[in-house]
Ligand binder design. Structure first.
Ligand code: NAD
Ligand code: MG
Length: 328
C-alpha cells in the first residue's frame, strides 16, 4: 500500500478548473467548503426542490441544478446518496466536458457497474474515513481525516494527480492518503457496516439486552449494561486498540472478556461473516439493495420500523431523556 502526504500533492493538477460538487449532505457540504477554502472554484449542484439548497446558499455558494453545475467543470464529485447517482449520471452526461474527471466517495456504482462511464472520462475515488462534519472540523483545525484513493480509469495520464489534489484540498493529505481499488473499498466498506459496525454491533447489543430482560432483570439496568456503556469501550478501542481497553477495564472484566467473548462470537459467527462477504463479492447484496430501492423500500421500511419499535428503543428513549449532556 502506498501512502501519500501533503508534500506529494500538486494542487495545481486541479488548478484553473471548476469543481462540481453534486449533493450537499454529510460529505458534500464538507468537500465543498474545504475545497473552496483551499482556493478552488466550486459549483454546488442540487435538486431544485431539495432541502439542502438553502443550506448551500447560506454557506455562500451559487447553487445550481446538477446539469448547470456540471457545465464546464473539470471534475465532478458524486456526493448524493449512492442509489440516485446512476440516474444523475445519465441526466448530466451530455453536459460532462471531454476528458473530465468523475469522482466518487464510495465505489458502489462503478464497482457494480450501475454507472459505465463514458470512454473519455477519468474515474477516481476519494473516500474520507470519517463523516463529513469531522472532515470539515479537522480541516478547520489545520488537520485532516485520512482518505482512501483509487483510480478506476486513467485516460489523461493525470487521474491520480487530480485525485490526490482533490484529497489535498479536503485536508486529507495531512492525515495521509492510502491507495486502494474500487473493488477493495466497496467490498470492505459494505462488509464493515454489515458484519461489524452497524449490523453486527447493533445485533449484539439487542441480543444481550434481550437475554438479560428475559432472565428477569430490569430493562433499565440491562440498557445501561448492553447499550449505554458500549461508548466507553468503543472509545478505548478507538484510541488505543485492544491494549488500551485491557488497560482500563478491571481484572475481572478482562478475564471474562478473554474466556467468554470467544464463546459468544465464535467460528460459527465467522462462518456467517464469510457468507455475508460472499454475497457482497458476488453482487447478490448489491442486486437485492437496488431492487429493494427501486420497488419503493417495502422490506427496508418494515425492518426499520421493527428496530425502532423494539423494547430496547423504548427503554432507551426514557433513560436518555434523563441524561442532559447527550443533547449537546
Ligand atoms: P447524504 O445522505 O448525507 O447527502 C446526500 C445529499 O444528496 C443530500 O444532502 C442532498 O443534497 C442530495 N440528495 C439527497 N437525496 C437525493 C435524491 N433523491 N436525489 C438527488 N439528490 C439527493 O449522503 P452522504 O452520507 O454524504 O453520502 C454521499 C456519498 O459519500 C455516498 O457515496 C456515500 O457512500 C459516501 N460516503 C459517505 C460517508 C459518510 O460518512 N456519510 C463517508 C464516506 C463516503
Ligand atoms: Mg439491527
Amino acid at each position: 500500500m502506498q501512502l501519500f502526504e501533503e508534500s506529494d500533492a500538486h494542487p495545481e493538477a486541479l488548478g484553473g478548473e471548476r469543481i462540481a460538487v453534486l449533493g450537499y449532505g454529510s460529505q458534500g457540504r464538507a468537500h465543498a467548503l474545504n475545497l473552496r477554502d483551499s482556493g478552488y472554484e466550486v459549483a454546488v449542484g442540487l435538486r431544485p426542490e431539495g432541502k439542502t439548497w438553502a443550506r448551500a446558499e447560506n454557506d455562500g455558494f451559487a447553487v445550481r441544478t446538477f446539469e448547470q453545475a456540471t457545465e464546464g467543470a473539470g471534475l465532478i464529485a458524486f456526493l448524493t446518496p449512492d442509489m440516485v447517482q446512476a440516474r444523475i449520471y445519465e441526466n448530466i452526461l451530455p453536459r460532462i466536458r471531454e476528458n473530465a474527471t468523475i469522482l466518487f466517495a464510495h465505489g458502489f456504482n462503478i464497482h457494480y457497474a450501475r454507472i459505465t462511464p463514458r470512454e473519455d472520462l477519468d474515474v477516481v475515488l476519494i473516500a474520507p474515513k470519517g463523516p463529513g462534519d469531522l472532515v470539515r472540523r479537522q480541516y478547520e483545525a489545520g488537520r485532516g481525516v485520512p482518505c482512501l484513493m483509487a483510480v478506476h480509469r486513467d485516460v489523461t495520464g493525470r487521474a491520480q494527480a487530480r485525485a490526490l489534489a482533490y484529497a489535498n484540498g479536503l485536508g486529507g493529505t495531512r492525515g495521509g492518503v492510502l491507495t486502494t481499488t474500487f473493488a477493495e473499498e466497496t467490498e470492505t466498506d459494505l462488509f464493515g457496516e454489515q458484519a461489524v459496525l452497524c449490523g453486527g454491533l447493533s445485533e449484539l447489543i439487542v441480543r444481550g439486552f434481550e437475554t438479560l430482560v428475559e432472565a428477569g432483570y430490569q430493562p433499565e439496568v440491562a440498557y445501561f449494561e448492553c447499550m449505554h456503556e458500549v461508548k466507553l469501550i468503543v472509545d478505548l478501542l478507538h484510541e488505543g486498540g485492544l491494549a488500551k481497553m485491557h488497560e482500563f477495564v478491571s481484572e475481572t472484566a478482562k478475564y471474562g472478556d478473554l474466556t467468554s467473548g470467544p464463546k459468544v462470537v465464535d467460528d460459527h459467527t465467522q462462518e456467517r461473516m464469510r457468507s455475508v462477504l460472499g454475497e457482497i463479492q458476488d453482487g447478490t447484496f448489491a442486486q437485492n439493495w437496488v431492487s429493494e430501492y427501486e420497488s419503493g423500500l417495502p422490506e427496508y421500511n418494515r425492518l426499520l420500523q421493527e428496530d425502532l419499535n423494539s423494547r430496547i428503543e423504548q427503554v432507551g428513549a426514557q433513560l436518555r431523556g434523563r441524561m442532559a449532556w447527550l443533547k449537546e
